[in-house]
Design a protein. Structure first.
Length: 232
């Protein structure tokens, strides 16, 4: 069992199947909808970017192209090691083992926070939000990407997997704390059905994954997400 920082939310998809999660990341948002929306909130050229819950560091090279400095923080030491290998030739990127609730960063040291499908899932994530408020500088921004379970093919699958999930409670949680909701429609786009099958099987129980595969044709899946953001 790899060393995991206290407070980590179990993430069996990437913890158990990092190679398949890489296939999933490659399929996400080929149209650049998320990138455009994040740039509109707070561009990061020359800035310090924190990618929190960075997993194997898939997004670190992207931010490193323009940012002055990029810091990946990830509680799973094995994944953090993979992230470090990915960015070993990028001098402006560092990867630290840590969790949202105890960030290994000084006060007011970050301009842009990017968190994608990690830890910040609404109620219960207050300690991590307090840490973000501590490390983000005035003029910076926090951007959190999570599922929108109210619409889209993927949103429907998500609710079938988690029937007790309450999107209204999640929305109230964020708006009470001053976060804006940017509803976005992205898509997964796979090279072949076998990649789609592998990804569905790390995201859902086997019986549901197989039902979704039977019900859904083709290589693309429409996928609604929310970009929750707030300027510091
Ligand atoms: C679904 S993965 C997403 C990884 C990455 N953001 C990406 O888009 O490729 C969720 C990640 O959140 C991390 N995570 C879980 N609990 C966390 C916490 N308390 N603080 C920060 N990251 C956490 C997991 O270890 C995992 O790497």
């Amino acid at each position: 069992m790899a060393e995991i920082a206290p407070g980590a939310v179990p993430s069996p998809n990437i913890w158990n199947s990092p190679r398949v999660y890489e296939v999933e990341n490659r399929a996400v948002d080929p149209d650049g909808v998320l990138e455009a929306a994040m740039r509109a909130v707070r561009p990061w050229r020359g800035s310090t970017v924190l990618d929190l819950g960075c997993g194997t560091g898939f997004h670190l090279p992207f931010f490193a192209q323009e940012a002055g400095r990029v810091i990946g923080v990830e509680p799973h030491a094995g994944l953090a090691a993979t992230a470090r290998r990915r960015v070993r030739d990028l001098p402006n990127v560092t990867v630290r083992v840590g969790a949202a609730q105890a960030l290994p960063l000084p006060d007011a040291s970050v301009d842009v926070v990017h968190v994608r499908w990690a830890y910040f899932f609404g109620p219960g994530c207050e300690p991590g939000l307090a840490e973000l408020n501590r490390v983000v500088r005035r003029g910076g921004a926090i951007m959190i990407i999570d599922n929108d379970a109210t619409r889209s093919t993927f949103g429907g699958w998500f609710r079938r997997g988690l029937p007790k999930y309450d999107p209204g409670a999640v929305e109230r949680f964020w708006t009470r704390r001053g976060y804006h909701r940017e509803p976005l429609m992205i898509r997964w786009s796979f090279q072949n059905r076998s990649d789609l099958a592998d990804v569905l099987r790390i995201e859902f129980p086997r019986d549901l994954a197989d039902a979704f595969l039977r019900e859904h044709e083709g290589l693309d899946v429409d996928y609604a997400v929310n970009l929750w953001w707030r300027r510091a």
